[in-house]
Design a protein around this ligand. Structure first.
Ligand code: ATP
Length: 306
């Protein structure tokens, strides 16, 4: 029986971890030390990151043979710039970030970082160069300090504190009776979505990767929290090559380029102002979102005056 219960416990562990945060692929793979479908080439070299330019060249991709998800995607994120990817649910936005991490290989085309094909470099060096702030962060059942330090395990207490402050979560942590030693995760203090996202930002500040992927939360945050998170994100993405997978259009206004995906193709691209002038898909998404935000706001005011 003992022999059986060990693997069963392990399966239970994996199951719980998967349930906890399917979106947090970066940590999932770290945690379970599972290799995805790809393996390093025998002659793979470490990625040499220079300025950090990211390039997608006519990328085609399918998870399953008969259903193409990306149908020829080309774009470039110049070093230090920000490109936002928007589009309807299921358009393939998150798939773009999974491919950049090389959790899957493209079917045709190529993804390059500073001119190096991601298929030619070691996965370890690739993932070390890319930081990810996911939609929903998995917290370990450990202290909040441990959870932040996960970004760089040799960071000092002072560096952890500084990262938390920059991520706008420092004063929250200090207000807790046990401060940085507070246990969080499933068995500890439950953090809100916005707090968890700020823990992820603090981790990323410690990791200080040259390339950043921000997968914005779909869940509605109150406007104060949203502003705090936005200013923390602006800070981490400054001077870093950044790809934002955006669900709330308000955060993409300042992007250097916005890519509008629809059914695996780039439908429109340009700056916020240019796309609004175009009066196409982006402009209509923008109108719809603005109406929704205004309706929410009216509801909130009505509730407050009740
Ligand atoms: P959302 O805004 O809803 O997060 P998205 O634009 O990020 O959507 P993706 O997550 O990239 O969309 O998914 C694109 C399509 O690929 C979807 O139709 C989805 O069902 C499919 N898909 C995603 N992951 C897998 C997978 N592991 N296996 C098979 N199909 C998948």
């Amino acid at each position: 029986l003992m022999q059986l219960s060990v693997p069963l416990n392990f399966i239970g562990f994996i199951y719980r971890e998967i349930r906890q945060g399917l979106t947090d692929i970066e940590q999932m793979f770290d945690l379970l030390d599972v290799k995805a479908e790809v393996v390093d080439k025998p002659d793979a070299v470490a990625l040499g990151v220079g300025a950090g330019k990211v390039e997608f060249r006519d990328v085609r991709f399918a998870y399953e043979p008969n259903r193409q998800i990306l149908k020829g995607i080309s774009f470039e994120v110049p070093a230090g710039r920000t490109v936002a990817i928007v589009g309807p649910s299921g358009a393939g936005k998150s798939t773009i970030s999974r491919l950049l991490f090389r959790f899957y290989d493209v079917q045709s085309g190529a993804i390059l970082i500073d001119g190096q094909d991601v298929r030619d470099v070691t996965q370890q060096s690739l993932r070390a160069a890319i930081g990810m702030v996911p939609q929903d962060t998995v917290l370990f059942n450990d202290t909040i300090a441990y959870n932040i330090r996960y970004g760089r395990i040799d960071a000092s207490d002072e560096e952890v504190r500084r990262a938390a402050e920059l991520a706008q979560i420092g004063s929250f942590i200090e207000s807790l009776p046990e401060g940085y030693d507070t246990m969080v995760g499933e068995r500890g203090l439950k953090l809100s979505g916005g707090e968890k996202q700020r823990v992820a930002i603090a981790r990323t500040i410690l990791k200080a990767p040259p390339i950043l992927i921000l997968d914005e939360a779909t869940s509605a945050l109150d406007s104060h929290t949203e502003q705090e998170i936005q200013s923390a994100l602006d800070l981490v993405s400054r001077d870093r090559t950044t790809i934002v997978i955006a669900h709330r259009l308000s955060t993409v206004i300042s992007a250097d380029e916005i890519i509008v995906l629809k059914e695996g193709r780039i439908e429109e691209r340009g700056t916020h102002a240019a796309l609004l002038r175009m009066g196409g898909l982006y402009a209509s998404m923008w109108d719809r979102q603005r109406e929704a935000t205004e309706a929410e706001e009216r509801l909130r005011i009505a509730r407050e005056t009740d």
